[in-house]
Design a protein around this ligand. Sequence first.
Ligand SMILES: Nc1nc2c(ncn2[C@@H]2O[C@H](COP(=O)(O)OP(=O)(O)OP(=O)(O)O)[C@@H](O)[C@H]2O)c(=O)[nH]1
Ligand SMILES: [Mg+2]
Length: 284
Amino acid sequence: MSGDINWFPGHMAKSLRMIDEHVAAVDAVFYVLDARAPASCLNPQFDRALEKKPVVYLLNKADLAEPAVTAAWERALTGERARAVSLNAGVSKSAAALLPLIRTLCAAKLEKYRSKGANATLKAMVLGVPNTGKSTVVNNLCGKYKTVTGDRPGVTRGKQWVRVAPYLELLDTPGTLYPKFIDRTTAWRLCFIGSVKDEIVDTGELARRLIEELTAGHAGRLQKRYEADEAQASAVVLEQIAKARGFLLKGGESDADRAAAALIDDFRKGRLGRISLERPEAAV
Ligand SMILES: Nc1nc2c(ncn2[C@@H]2O[C@H](COP(=O)(O)OP(=O)(O)OP(=O)(O)O)[C@@H](O)[C@H]2O)c(=O)[nH]1
Ligand SMILES: [Mg+2]
């Protein structure tokens, strides 16, 4: 990824300002992380705002990650004011367990509100990098399609309050990336999981980086699906993927671009098996 990519467009700066304005006033935060790369989804931008806030980390898309690694993340992210749960928000009612959790975490606040009046309502903000499933979580909790969702980043463009329980209102927010420079590994992983617009990234380079990451950390996956020789350079593996899938150009050459897009899609949809790109030890 070249350094001059504008991956932090103006609307994201606006969204960050909106989040900053609201975060102090909410009782808790649901921080939605992609279970395949939780560390990369933790935006340092929010660290200070969340210091004193009850936080529930949602390791979402857990159906695509390795269960033992996700369980390790649950333990690593749990703290005095923080809880962490794995989730597949795509499954109806799977988020129901979050309600007792937030009640326990905010019990004192809820009691304080109750003592003041009948309509005691907790307010929580749903945060996260783009495409982690924030709006899907909100819909899952209220059991209705109140928010728009989609399999690309940047679907939610403004804030939206949704009452998901008689005592709980959630603020769905647009996904935001980091305004400042981050290391390349993090940036690529955010691209792999679909948090960065594909239009601003070179698909071939993205695929080659993914091949490098998978052959180093998840040996056998590319061999299994495409019969690729993982000892080869990533560009060669990409050609092998093209041949395995029958992606050939008119002259008989392999169509590496098509293979790149197919590989990325296979990874994102879990067709290479469950893959956790990050383990908690690496996060600290
Ligand atoms: N496999 C899987 N897919 C999920 C899960 N949760 C959400 N998705 C899918 O992920 C995509 C993104 O979901 P959204 O809810 O729109 O994500 P978002 O975080 O609100 O995205 P932005 O508003 O763009 O920041 C959609 O295609 C969802 O169907 C999950 O637990 N597992
Ligand atoms: Mg959304």
